[in-house]
Design a protein around this ligand. Structure first.
Ligand SMILES: Nc1ncnc2c1ncn2[C@@H]1O[C@H](COP(=O)(O)OP(=O)(O)OP(=O)(O)O)[C@@H](O)[C@H]1O
Ligand SMILES: [Mg+2]
Length: 242
């Protein structure tokens, strides 16, 4: 039977009088790579902030792994198994790569020995073994993104929310990250993926939801989404094409 790991039911998020998310519903199946796309300001990052407890929702329900998680604290949501990366990478620059990843592991263990073991495993998954002792602040952006991935993987998430993990990367770096994301999914982790690069999105996602100005505009397979007229309009800014 198909299991939905995440259900987003009629979620609204207002900032004062501004509607950032308007009555959005979607469900993510276990082990899916699920794309959340849309033009700038569509509400993608706000949705992640609501899912992970950084913002309270204004109304609606978020159910993760059978538990209602609306308005729980970020650390509680993390311990339940939902982890996220940030649109702007935030490594602790003056700490080593290993120490940065251990910070992630400390979300789920208090043992220094276990944390180091877990951190080294994830450093290996993202291919940063040769950089473990290097200061995080000295890494180029492509490696910082891999570090960000290793750090959240070290929390042993059931679901990983990736906010523009390919942003600022060149083609080769993007494809390397996509390969790592596929291997993470193949080892059993469900992924929700925010990304502007449509080629990356359509190559990796099983299913996609499109947000536009806070509303759900479309949902479907990559083929359905790329041929959807409303989606094309939203991206090309309507009226400029037949
Ligand atoms: N803390 C906040 N206070 C007020 N308004 C906010 C806040 N966070 C987001 N918004 C507003 O919510 C809307 C959605 O923003 P959000 O950052 O979620 O968009 P996005 O889809 O992630 O865009 P981008 O692709 O540019 O990252 C925008 O109008 C934004 O200004
Ligand atoms: Mg964003």
């Amino acid at each position: 039977m198909i299991k939905h790991l995440l259900n987003v039911n009629h979620v609204n998020k207002y900032f004062g009088g501004n509607v950032a998310i308007s009555d959005v519903c979607f469900s993510v199946e276990e082990k899916q790579i699920f794309g959340l796309i849309g033009p700038n300001g569509a509400g993608k990052t706000t949705m992640f902030n609501c899912l992970t407890g950084y913002y309270p929702v204004s109304s609606g329900d978020i159910v993760f792994d059978g538990k209602k998680i609306n308005n729980r604290r970020p650390d509680e949501v993390c311990r339940l198994g939902m982890a996220r990366t940030w649109q702007r990478v935030k490594p602790l620059g003056s700490l080593s790569v290993l120490d940065n990843v251990m910070v992630g592991a400390f979300a789920v263990t208090r043992s220094l020995h276990t944390a180091e073991k877990m951190a080294r495993e994830q450093i290996h998954v993202v291919g940063l073994d040769d950089y473990a002792a290097q200061l995080a602040g000295s890494l180029p952006i492509g490696l910082k993104k891999k570090l960000e991935l290793a750090r959240v993987l070290a929390t042993k998430p059931k679901m990983l929310l990736l906010d523009e993990i390919c942003g600022g990367l060149n083609h080769t770096e993007t494809w390397a990250i996509l390969d790592i994301i596929r291997s993470i999914r193949n080892s059993g982790t469900t992924i929700v993926f925010i990304e502007h690069d449509m080629k990356a999105v359509t190559s990796i996602c099983d299913r996609i939801v499109v947000l536009n100005a806070g509303e759900k505009l479309a949902e479907g397979t990559p083929a359905e989404i790329t041929s959807n007229r409303d989606v094309i309009e939203a991206y090309l800014g309507g009226g400029h094409h037949a």
